[in-house]
Ligand binder design. Structure first.
Ligand code: MN
Length: 754
């Protein structure tokens, strides 16, 4: 009886908790400018609630709390309306319960059903367990996205909530999900202009991959908060006075750099926290007097504050006249504070601020008012994605990299000879530009004129360049062009054309060979092609045909002589040959069952203890990132069932995490300073007498560490060097760095990859 009562009580509290969460969602929705379609949202909630009834999340919460949370993100943080909210509430119903898409369509109509269908198709992570499946899923995601962008927006919300609640997952799952988030979802969010969500996704991924570093930077941020507040108040006081005088409605915010971007900067620039100078930026968000005045107001504010503080001559960024491809608009200016610090000020209207945080969804919101501004850039991007998808690419990872290239790129602006503006990704070349105009222009491009000067195809374009493409009918796509381009569109077009041509040549070659052999009164056999392959060092008969087709091999006497050789049928040889080739093939393409790591031997759910014995016997430290005890690492089970240890931030590991997430193993160091590992330190300082001597003294005498290699270069009184030495773990590295820094004239000591 008592047990039943507690269960009943528990059910009642859960019911209350669920209802409260839903009421919050409803009141948030009612506070937006969207139509008040409370009825259908309530219907979707009731349906999902009873479909998921009794199911719990890993955290112990009722399952329905997850769809409600996703719907809240969709409503509050992305700014979407009732259709998307309903789809978010229903997003896991088809996947996890007995209901079908038809059920959803019958109750909620085709639109919501379509979105839920899209979400169901791409569930289970973009990346499946195997690399090929992964690319397939990713393709599906992008295809559904280009049909209805809301699918991907809701998917991002789903991922955000999963990241916010990642703590209750197993560590190896955490790495897989965090890795995938950093690899694909954060760039996607960025590309769609969801800057706030992108930052949070990056931050959360970082928190799970490097918990200690995250904590450390976070506490450093806390320690320095008071000082930043002071700087902010002091710096903005005269700005406020000025804006008040101008009669503007505004608010000023302090933007503090995220933990992840601070860490990222520390890594790429090799500087400590104290030397990150742009942690604080200032954001001025104003309400324009009228929409016509909006742009002018931005520049008025810029002029006004430049009179108070001296602006940095090279750091005015005008994203107002030329918005970023993801819709971002603002004016960025860097000013010299009275304390002698450069501080970035971002000037935005309220509309621009919404677009900056919520991306294209906010863009549409403002467009409803009847603006005629086109969504050109997003449309174009989606179009490019569609084009790439329509062209099947043989290698799954190539395909992913091609797409990713376009997700990360930031933009430059170039002009056509007629003065038309075109957006291109950074590092785009003249050839990229040619392909962006038209495939025919690209494939016949012989060069370009940039600002009226003749440049080669591979010339890198810069913002503001005027580009004229020169073409010739005689020109054909060359294999080396693949190296000249950086955009997904150009790259996929070039490969497509080259592949088509190669196929043609191969066919021509085959026909030519058949005729050549026929003229000698013989029919072409496997034996003959094998002999010819050997003669010309071709690995396959396809290669041989291509060589003949492209006239790199001219059939003549040598081949004729070979044909006239006694045609011996050596069965034994033939048998060994075919057996041999079969075996070779299976080595290259292991079957699915072989690809699976031996589950009995290594259970990926466990946390692997990295003991000294295991390290020296069974595990391999990755060559790419040289991890040592104490580093944040993970294990990867390779095809031969070996465990390879990578640093978590290693780019190779990032790829492995997202492609082979099920082979990732969480690890824990358990070493006792017996094994030694090689690390490289970078040192920089002011050159002075006896410095080198002191350096080696400290390392070998005081610290008793073995130096393997020491290179020092001195230039204009500054010396820079690399020391390779043997240590036990990261604690050793820390001690050594601190001791070296204590030497007079040494300014910087950091551990580097190699
Ligand atoms: Mn979900």
């Amino acid at each position: 009886m008592d047990d039943n009562l507690t269960i009943q009580n528990k059910e009642q509290t859960e019911e209350a908790q669920i209802n409260q969460a839903f009421q919050e969602l409803l009141s948030n929705y009612l506070a937006t400018k969207h139509r008040k379609r409370v009825e259908i949202i309530t219907k979707a909630f009731n349906f999902a609630n009873q479909a998921h009834r009794g199911i719990k999340r890993r955290s112990g919460e009722p399952y329905i709390m997850h769809p409600i949370a996703v719907a809240k993100i969709v409503c509050n943080e992305i700014g979407l309306g009732s259709t998307s909210i309903c789809a978010a509430l229903l997003h896991d119903v088809v996947e996890d319960t007995d209901y079908t898409i038809d059920d959803i369509e019958n109750i909620f109509g085709p639109k919501i059903a379509q979105i839920v269908d899209g979400l169901t198709k791409i569930s289970g992570g973009i990346f499946g367990d195997r690399a090929s499946a992964q690319a397939e899923n990713f393709k599906k995601l992008l295809l559904t996205m280009s049909n209805d962008i809301r699918v991907i927006l809701i998917k991002i919300a789903d991922r955000l909530h999963n990241m916010r609640t990642l703590g209750s997952m197993q560590p190896n799952k955490q790495f897989k999900i965090a890795g995938e988030t950093l690899y694909i979802y954060a760039p996607l969010a960025h590309r769609l202009g969801l800057n706030k969500i992108k930052t949070e996704l990056e931050n959360l991924s970082f928190k799970y991959e490097h918990p200690e570093e995250y904590q450390e930077i976070e506490s450093q941020l806390k320690e320095t908060a008071a000082e930043r507040d002071l700087v902010f108040t002091e710096f903005t006081a005269p700005i406020r006075t000025q804006l008040d005088q101008m009669g503007l409605k505004y608010h000023i915010l302090a933007r503090v750099k995220s933990v992840y971007s601070i860490w990222n900067k520390m890594q790429t620039k090799h500087v400590p926290f104290e030397e990150i100078y742009d942690i604080l930026a200032v954001r001025i968000i104003f309400e324009p007097k009228s929409m016509e005045e909006e742009l002018n107001n931005c520049f008025d504010i810029y002029v006004a504050i430049s009179k108070i503080y001296k602006p940095h001559p090279d750091r005015l960024r005008d994203w107002i006249s030329h918005p970023k491809a993801n819709g971002y608009q603002a004016l960025h200016v860097t000013l010299m504070s009275n304390r002698g610090q450069w501080i970035e000020v971002q000037i935005r209207s309220e509309r621009m601020n919404d677009v900056a945080e919520q991306g294209f969804a906010a863009h549409w919101k403002y467009k409803e008012g009847g603006g005629s501004e086109d969504e050109g850039e997003l449309e174009k991007w989606l179009h490019t994605i569609k084009e790439i998808l329509e062209d099947p690419q043989p290698d799954a990872m190539d395909f992913l990299d091609t797409i990713k290239l376009n997700l990360f790129a930031s933009e430059i602006f170039v002009f056509t000879p007629k003065g038309e503006i075109k957006t291109m990704p950074q590092n785009a070349t003249a050839l990229d530009f040619a392909f962006s105009l038209h495939t025919d222009i690209g494939s016949h491009c012989i060069g370009a004129k940039v600002n009226h000067k003749l440049v080669p195809l591979s010339h890198k374009l810069e913002s503001g360049d005027q580009v004229e493409i020169l073409t010739s009918k005689a020109q054909r796509v060359q294999p080396e062009w693949e190296l000249y381009v950086t955009t997904a569109r150009a790259r996929s077009k070039i490969t497509q054309i080259l592949r088509k041509e190669a196929k043609q040549q191969q066919k021509e070659g085959e026909i030519r060979l058949i005729e050549f052999v026929k003229a000698e009164g013989i029919t072409l056999s496997e034996e003959i092609t094998n002999k010819l392959c050997k003669l010309h060092n071709a690995k396959t008969k396809e290669e041989l045909f291509t060589l003949i087709g492209s006239k790199k091999i001219i059939l003549g006497d040598a081949e004729r002589n070979l044909l006239k050789e006694k045609q011996s049928m050596n069965w034994k040889r033939l048998l060994t040959f075919s057996f041999g080739s079969k075996e070779e093939k299976s080595n290259h393409e292991p079957s699915d069952s072989e690809k699976q790591p031996a589950g009995e031997a290594l259970n990926t759910k466990q946390i692997l203890k990295l003991t000294e014995e295991a390290i020296s016997k069974n595990y391999i430290m990755a060559e790419c990132c040289h991890p040592i005890p104490g580093d944040d690492v993970l294990g990867y089970i390779d095809d031969e069932n070996r465990v390879i240890i990578h640093k978590r931030q290693c780019p190779v590991a990032a790829r492995l995490k997202s492609s082979y997430g099920n082979r990732i193993i969480a690890t824990e160091w358990d070493t006792h300073k017996e094994l030694s590992f090689l690390v490289t330190l970078y040192i920089k300082g002011i050159d002075s007498m006896g410095l080198l001597n002191e350096l080696t003294q400290v390392i070998s005498r005081q610290l008793n560490v073995n130096i393997r290699k020491l290179t020092i270069e001195s230039n204009d009184g500054i010396f820079e060097g690399h020391i390779q030495l043997y240590v036990h773990d990261v604690d050793d590295v820390r001690t050594i760095c601190n001791n070296l820094k204590a030497i007079n004239h040494i300014k910087q000591v950091v551990r580097v990859e190699d």
